[in-house]
Ligand binder design. Structure first.
Ligand SMILES: O=C(O)CCC(=O)C(=O)O
Length: 265
């Protein structure tokens, strides 16, 4: 039996599309066994059956409104309605996906000349069965991220189906070429959203469980509430050029987890 070749993804085509449009569809990456393993692990972590020190939890807003999300509360007891779990590179099961060998050539191509890659964040983003919370147009970078250079590349892997009405990712193609909408980064101000007519030009990216997307950090992207009644979980890893340094001055600067340490980069 042959192992899946690590170059099974068409890296060149994906990178070309990502450069031009700010995203690329990568197709299926996870098989059924790995999906089950990751979903079971996500449930066990949310229920507190598996405890991984140092994870960051955010529960979904009970109202389903982004403005009502609470910050800084951490794990609030067993619940399948957590919206976000960060630092999953600390977990053995999720770390295997952070280090997915088929992702390494994409990250290498996204950071030409880099000697390696690190992880800014690895997060489970969930729309619980009740529908979850809409995530507004945003970019992942800017002063808020506290880095000495901009990150450009994230791999988003669906753990459940994410159809059009099920909280799929939406992008504004090409918007990454305009750079950051504000120096701070993050949510794009409503006036800029209106001025660029972003809602009318949004492109939905529905995927089946196990499929992955390569997303440019600066492409405007968002996701709506899910209307399917089923959970929509995805694992998103933002990779950095290993030379990237934390510029924060409050406390010790962050150091970043090294990705693909066992694979040739
Ligand atoms: O999973 C989602 O709904 C969107 C994720 C996202 O926007 C991000 O990771 O920056």
């Amino acid at each position: 039996m042959h192992a899946t070749p690590v170059d099974a993804l068409d890296v060149e085509a994906a990178i070309e599309h990502w450069r031009a449009h700010g995203y690329a569809r990568l197709g299926p990456v996870l098989d059924a066994a790995r999906l089950t393993e990751l979903r079971d692990r996500a449930d066990a972590i949310m229920r507190g059956e598996v405890v991984v020190p140092g994870l960051f939890f955010q529960h979904d807003a009970r109202t389903g409104r982004y403005e009502d999300l609470e910050h800084g509360k951490g794990w609030e007891g067993p619940s399948l309605a957590y919206r976000k779990i960060e630092k999953l590179e600390r977990d053995d099961v999720f770390r295997r996906l952070v280090d997915e060998p088929r992702y390494a050539p994409l990250v290498r191509a996204a950071y030409p000349g880099s000697a390696g890659a690190t992880v800014y964040r690895s997060i489970l983003m969930s729309k619980p069965a009740g529908g979850g919370t809409p995530l507004p147009w945003h970019q992942d970078g800017g002063q808020f991220w506290g880095l000495d250079r901009e990150p450009v590349c994230q791999l988003w892997t669906a753990l459940d189906d994410a159809p059009e009405d099920g909280g799929c990712v939406e992008v504004l193609p090409g918007s990454h070429r305009g750079g950051l909408a504000t120096p701070l980064g993050g949510v794009v101000p409503e006036a800029l959203v209106a001025a660029s007519d972003a809602d009318a030009h949004a492109v939905e990216l529905p995927v089946r469980a196990g499929e992955a997307l390569l997303i440019h950090n600066h492409v405007w992207h968002r996701s709506a509430r899910s209307l399917t009644g089923a959970q929509r979980r995805a694992f998103s890893v933002c990779y950095l050029d290993a030379a990237t340094r934390c510029r924060r001055r409050k406390g010790a600067p962050r150091t970043f987890f090294t990705a693909f340490a066992d694979a040739p980069f």
